[in-house]
Ligand binder design. Structure first.
Ligand code: HEC
Ligand SMILES: [Cu+2]
Length: 484
């Protein structure tokens, strides 16, 4: 039911952008007129950086044609000590590569979907004035690339994210980042700049449960986050990964919130923000303790570090910081400044003693697919492969996702024809099919598995969730393979 509601919402959103397309010719933004008239002068390749780093400031450069080349990678990474996760990324990091432009630039954006990826993706940049923020022009299947262009009309700090259905799932897996549009002449100079983005994650196992943790759709819908983190992982900004500065330096943080669900109460323990560009826009607030960053929003905060020590970045919804990972560190070195602060300075004082995240044993090094000696071994091995390869789409209990991924549980299509199912896993499937009376017309990409692995995963599927219980052997897989 809830899923269906979601897809109806997407349709309404899409309809909305079609209507707005039809309803207005040209740009109705307050300063659209003048920014649209800025002429570009030459061409450059955008410097893209992974967090916590940002590209060089724009300074006084004139508006140019800016070439952005972004590759989507689906890859396993570490969420917490001993806990891994399959992240979907823009450019190989969470958040995705930082893009830095100035107002009036013409961005020529190429989005590449790596051939090893399993899913189609796209990009919606909040800095874009146009239908779907580019999403409707950038839908790209694995092994393809697509180019679209836009002019940056409004200065500010903007979120970009994937907007492919199920949208929430793509965002929850890490598909977001920031694009900065500097005003003409750039922002005032500071000594250090960093890129930080909060995100909430939903895993099958609870916080700290070791191993490869699949995405949990129901927890995401219920907004029960297992992890709330900066830059995609609990330790992305702690210990050796801390950001650094020296006493007396001015710091600018570009802070975004990918969500998908939670609003951030962004705070640096022991600092006061001298300036906050509220919501990443033009309005500047002064002397701020904690700034709100909505899901799908951003803020720019600036402060000067006057005393040495470790300053801790948190979401001040404080259980998230100490129990779910929303904690980072800024290490400031230099001379004590007793006129500002003269207490005991202890590094790491705020490390979460909640402990689970820190002490879970690693769970790496499972041997590479050995040969199953019995049906029960085959099912056990198949279960692992399912979790790694199929679960993202067909879901934990094989229930699928309505209108997107067909069910495997009690699926007539699956149970009616074993050889057809083998062929689908080997070669992928496109075109309309009917499963349990519902139509699906989507793409399943071919899975790169050995014959043994295909046999194991299908045997697991057939033995689960009320299916027929057939054993699929490697010989059967080899036979189907050679008949194509
Ligand atoms: C990227 C998402 C995705 C992944 C990963 C994926 N599938 Fe699919 N699968 C689909 C889609 C979409 C269809 C429907 C294709 C169509 O509409 O033609 C489908 C169809 C099927 C079908 C036939 C329809 C049915 O419900 O019986 C089977 C069987 C199947 N997949 C098994 C698997 C197995 C086993 C794996 C893991 C080895 C897997 N799939 C991985 C998306 C995926
Ligand atoms: Cu995506």
């Amino acid at each position: 039911m809830k899923y269906r509601l979601e897809s109806r919402l997407i349709m309404i959103l899409m309809l909305g952008s079609i209507i707005s397309l039809a309803g207005c010719n040209g740009n109705s933004h307050e300063n659209g007129e003048s920014s649209m008239d800025i002429e570009v002068n030459g061409k450059i390749n955008a410097q893209l950086t992974s967090p916590p780093f940002v590209p060089d400031p724009i300074g006084s450069r004139p508006a140019k044609q800016v070439i952005v080349d972004m590759e989507i990678l689906e890859q396993e990474g570490q969420m917490a000590n001993g806990v891994s996760y399959i992240y979907w990324t823009f450019g190989g990091s969470v958040p995705g590569s930082f893009i830095r432009t100035r107002v009036g630039d013409e961005v020529e954006f190429t989005l590449k979907n790596h051939p090893d990826n399993k899913l189609p993706h796209n990009i919606d940049l909040h800095a874009v004035t146009g239908p779907g923020g580019g999403a409707s022009s950038s839908f790209v299947a694995p092994g393809h690339e697509i180019t679209f262009s836009f002019k940056t009309l409004n200065p500010g700090l903007y979120v970009y994210h994937c907007a492919t259905a199920p949208v929430g799932m793509h965002i929850a897996n890490g598909m977001y980042g920031l694009i900065l549009v500097e005003p003409a002449g750039g922002y005032p100079k500071v000594d250090k700049e960093y890129y930080i983005m909060q995100g909430d994650f939903y895993t099958k196992g609870n916080n700290g449960e070791p191993g490869l943790q699949p995405f949990d759709m129901q927890k995401a819908i219920d907004e029960h986050a297992d992890y709330v983190v900066f830059n995609g992982a609990t330790d992305a900004l702690t210990g050796d990964n801390a950001i650094t500065a020296e006493v007396g330096e001015t710091i600018r943080l570009f802070v975004g919130n990918g969500g998908p669900n939670l609003t951030s109460s962004f705070h640096v323990i022991g600092e006061i923000f001298d300036k906050v560009y509220v919501e990443g826009g033009k309005l500047i607030n002064h002397d701020v303790q904690t700034t709100l960053i909505p899901a799908g929003g951003a803020a720019i905060v600036e402060f000067k570090v006057e005393a040495p020590g470790t300053f801790v970045l948190v979401d001040h919804a404080i259980f998230r910081a100490f129990n779910k990972g929303a904690l980072g560190m800024l290490k400031v070195t230099g001379e004590d400044n007793p006129s500002v602060y003269s207490g005991t300075i202890q590094e790491g004082i705020y490390q979460p003693e909640g402990g689970i995240i820190q002490t879970m044993p690693g769970n790496k090094g499972a041997p590479e697919a050995p040969i199953a000696q019995s049906v029960s071994e085959r099912i056990e091995m198949g279960k692992q492969i399912y979790a790694r390869t199929c679960l993202a789409c067909h879901q934990e209990e094989g229930q699928g996702i309505p209108n997107a991924f067909p069910p495997l549980a009690k699926a007539d299509y699956l149970n009616d024809d074993v050889e057809r199912a083998i062929a689908i896993v080997l070669h992928g499937k496109t075109g309309e099919i009917t499963v349990n009376g519902k139509n699906y017309n989507s793409v399943m990409t071919a899975q790169s598995l050995t014959d043994e692995q295909v046999a194991n995963v299908l045997t697991y599927v057939y033995s689960s969730w009320g299916n027929s219980g057939v054993e699929v052997t490697p010989t059967m897989v080899t036979k189907v393979k050679s008949s194509h």
